[in-house]
Design a protein. Structure first.
Length: 226
């Protein structure tokens, strides 16, 4: 199994209580978790990334245990080697495209030089056709360019898995279709396992090798991995 998740988490806000009870295993390189807003999809993704600590359970990615409450294992987010692409891309507004891509490449390299020269950064600038905007800031980019920068930054450190939180929700319909095609091609070329969460049936159609439906914090299979 490339990814195995069996976790539980209870959240309380005033009189409201939400229970996350998520369990699945998959050997697929394309896992889509589909469901309405508020179902717990982002919470599950944050648990895999190490941004939320479950109350109990275990998470394994690429034959490596990232979390085991019983065994006392809780790998720090920066050590998990999983790339998290936020819905709003979370680019650093004061860093240019080149700096954003290079941000996570070296430990302690928190503000790369504006014209930092690195072969990995150069590779991803070329791969995503961003060379002509390498010195521009995020606010100067189009929506598609911002997404490409965020993907390049996520992939540059060679993660073991890619986590995508509603990656096309903020794009207009035409750009959404084109970026789906770009991600589809990229993922097939890199052969990197990914978990994509969405409420859009079109994402399920394009990426859904193994589709899980999430409702009220629980998962159910919509199909099985091929």
């Amino acid at each position: 199994m490339q990814i195995s998740v069996d976790i539980r988490k209870t959240l309380r806000s005033g009189e409201r209580t939400f229970h996350l009870n998520a369990r699945f295993e998959s050997a697929s390189q394309r896992i889509v978790i589909y469901g309405p807003s508020g179902a717990g999809k982002s919470l599950l993704l944050k648990a895999v990334a190490g941004l939320m600590r479950p109350d109990s359970g275990r998470i394994d990615v690429a034959r490596r245990c990232l979390f085991d409450r019983h065994g006392g294992i809780d790998v720090a987010p920066q050590q998990r080697k999983v790339a998290y692409l936020f819905q709003d891309y979370a680019l650093f507004p004061h860093l240019n495209v080149r700096q954003n891509i290079g941000f996570g490449l070296r430990r302690g390299w928190r503000n790369p030089l504006a014209r930092v020269d690195d072969a990995v950064i150069g590779y991803w600038l070329k791969a995503f056709e961003l060379e002509h905007v390498a010195l521009q800031l995020p606010h100067q980019l189009s929506g598609g360019q911002r997404q490409r920068v965020a993907l390049a930054r996520a992939l540059a450190p060679e993660p073991a898995a890619l986590l995508l939180d509603e990656p096309f929700a903020a794009l207009d319909p035409g750009l959404r279709e084109r970026m789906r095609g770009e991600l589809d091609t990229l993922q097939r070329r890199l052969a990197i396992p990914m978990i994509l969460i969405t409420h859009d049936p079109e994402d399920v159609r394009v990426f859904g090798e193994h589709v899980l439906r999430m409702e009220h914090g629980s998962l159910s299979n919509m199909n099985e991995a091929a």
